[in-house]
Design a binder for this molecule. Structure first.
Ligand SMILES: Cc1ncc(COP(=O)(O)O)c(C=O)c1O
Length: 396
């Protein structure tokens, strides 16, 4: 029987929106782990996760907490104050401690943002390609993703012009700069123009700033510099190299603080005490963290230099984050199958473009270079002969 026919009328209205798709890179990664269990040497470039671990002092602080604290439900005011100070220092933006909500990563922060700002059925614009969870979290919350195709000409980013041209205006927009899967950054002027269009058209902004701090072209600017009522999400998962600690934050517009706190308390309670304590310590570990960026910069340069040897010439060089999103349309129309074959043949695990773009992603793939430089060199050496042996779709 048709599943929709069984649903109550109100659910039927939203049923198509609620179809949440899997994250295909997880399936590829599962194969990688099976191969590793069988003795294969795997290089993991499928997920955007630093392989470096938390800063040493943060780990030491975590040991201390384990030995001395009972770890109940708790929110660290010192950490909120440190985050608020970070906005003043880094972006020249004044926020109050109460606007900072500590979360278990950017993922719940995104749920808070979307559920505070929008009612079911609201239309929220986003760039395509984009982070897989945007589309799926919107759908899970019965919001309608309005995907704007962004190609190499826009360096895969939303523009003020595209937002101004949308008719009717969407209720909201998700901005990500640097972006996943491309690492591209929206130029400061364009960011200001986007904020102006949103202000003029009443479009609420959710700004995912999770890759801030990871930039190769100068610092990324916060949307808060142009739109004080933007809802910002961020995390310790990337710059701070602490993805498994599950710690992040939201900077919430003043009028949404009550709504955000209520949702946090009901949906997620608090992030782990050990992570909050270690996270505060990590703010004092800049020297160690900046070394990771030096590694990513080296890896980026090696990957960019290797692209011609892989025959990949349609790539927007990443401004930040640790990704390369490559057009492989001359080699395949099935990026998932392509990534699986690459994995089985070479042990190099990557992410298929279909995770980031349901329309064009079948001819793209994403490399994450958040691994050691040694592994990047090994991956390149394995991939060059493999790519050279792939038949071209046009027979060329
Ligand atoms: C753009 C973007 N936003 C949010 C997240 C979620 O990160 P977390 O929940 O670990 O903070 C990720 C993870 O890769 C991401 O790439």
């Amino acid at each position: 029987m048709n599943q929709t026919a069984e649903l109550a009328p109100d659910r039927q209205r939203h049923a198509p929106i609620a179809a949440v798709e899997p994250f295909h890179a997880i399936a590829v990664s599962r194969v990688a782990h099976e191969l590793a269990d069988a003795g294969r040497d795997i290089i993991h470039m499928e997920f955007g996760q630093p392989s470096t671990g938390a800063p040493a002092a943060a780990i030491a602080e975590a040991h201390r907490v384990l030995d001395t604290e009972a770890m109940g439900y708790w929110e660290s005011n010192p950490l909120k104050e440190r985050i608020a100070a970070h906005y003043a220092e880094t972006y020249g933006v004044a926020i109050e401690r109460e606007q900072v909500i500590l979360t278990c990563g950017a993922s719940p922060a995104l749920v808070l943002a979307l559920s505070c700002l929008f009612a079911p059925g609201a239309r929220v614009a986003l760039a395509r390609p984009g982070y897989v969870a945007y589309r799926n979290t919107l759908r899970a919350l019965y919001l309608e993703p309005v995907e704007l195709p962004c190609g190499p000409a826009e360096r895969y980013q939303l523009t003020a012009a595209a937002l101004a041209a949308l008719d009717p205006a969407p209720d909201g927009v998700i901005i990500a700069s640097p972006a996943n899967p491309t690492g591209t950054i929206i130029a400061p002027d364009e960011l200001a123009a986007i904020a102006a269009v949103c202000q003029a058209r009443g479009i609420r902004i959710v700004s995912d700033e999770i890759y801030h701090g990871l930039s190769f072209v100068g610092p990324a600017r916060s949307l808060l510099e142009h739109a004080p009522d933007a809802f910002v999400v961020n995390s310790f998962s990337k710059y701070f190299s602490m993805p498994g600690w599950r710690l992040g934050w939201a900077v919430v517009p003043r009028e949404s603080v009550g709504a955000a706190r209520a949702r946090m308390g009901n949906l997620f309670l608090t992030p782990p005490v050990i992570a909050q304590r270690a996270g505060l310590t990590a703010f004092g570990c800049r020297d160690e963290l900046e070394q990771h960026i030096a590694t990513y910069a080296r890896n980026r340069a090696l990957m960019l230099a290797a692209l011609p040897q892989l025959g990949l010439d349609k790539v927007a060089p990443p401004d930040g984050a640790f990704y390369l999103y490559a057009d492989i349309g001359h080699l395949t129309a099935d990026s998932l199958g392509f990534c699986e074959r690459l994995l089985r043949d070479t042990g190099v695990c990557t992410a298929p473009g279909i995770d980031f773009d349901p329309v064009e992603g079948h001819r793209f793939m994403r490399f994450s270079f958040a691994v050691s430089t040694d592994l990047i060199e090994q991956a390149i050496a394995r991939m060059i002969p493999w790519f050279a042996a792939q038949p071209h779709l046009n027979g060329g």
